[in-house]
Design a protein around this ligand. Sequence first.
Ligand SMILES: [Zn+2]
Length: 323
Amino acid sequence: METEDLVSQWEKLHLSKEESSFFHVNPETYIEEGARGKNCLVGKALTEKSVNSEGFRVTMSQIWKLEGWVIFKELGEQCFLIEFQKLTDKERVLSGRPWFFDRHLLTMMEVDETISIHSLQFRFEPFWVQLHNLPLATMTEEFGQQFAEAIGHVIRVEAEADGRAWGRCLRVRVAVDLHQPLLRGKWLMLGEKQHWIPFKYERLQSFCFKCGVLFHKGRNCTRTRAEQQGDEQASYQFGPWLRGQPRITNIFDRRRYGGGGGGNHRKDEQQGDRDRFECEEPRCKGKALKVEVLAGKQDTSLAENEEEKKQGSNPNHQQKKQQ
Ligand SMILES: [Zn+2]
């Protein structure tokens, strides 16, 4: 019997006096500062089939390239408690999201020791989203911050120290709701002129081409049956074209040629080692999502590119390649 069934079973039972009296616990007794949970994450692979546990451990630990050790404990068929020896490793993994196992999105959460494993709700995962076709005037940090709120909570906008972000596209890191259809773009009205701003999601892999959510794939889509007899075109409103190639937009390239001055002015360099974000998700009910982002964006992009190359093949194949 599944845990959920076991838990909801009490509703049908007539509880005895002993059963229905509460056992009171002060949370402070059990949750200490610096507790083990701080070094842990809970990860769940978004797939219907069960995950090869050993393949998962080997593949993820190789992709992450950690400095310390990592321990995986199976909490369910697609769910793992992941304990890192070093906090820095955990932060790198968090800031490098999204991660995939065998093309399936691995959603991750910080450990909240006051809730039980089965009531964990995986709802958000940060993505770098590219906003294309923007008029130059709107390629700024401030605009990106406001415009991209339509997609989800904006964690950061890739911009220079003065807030400008002129480049091929505006890159915005957004906590995307896994249960909402991906936004494919949005109309912008700049004065009298209208512009269609297409969105592309970097490192986007499996998602539902029928309804556009990340949480399931077409086979499990509730819309599939309803639209089977309808217009076939209407059922494919989403597609691989929503995937954006991870790229360095070169907005930080400030080399000057000729004249006296010169040098790069990268905002990242002025921000110290790490930005720390702790944000209340607007579409999240009641629970804060902690998002940590490394400031060395360009380095992260490189890591993402490297990681991207590794993805898409099955773990056994990867292991063979590396031997
Ligand atoms: Zn669907």
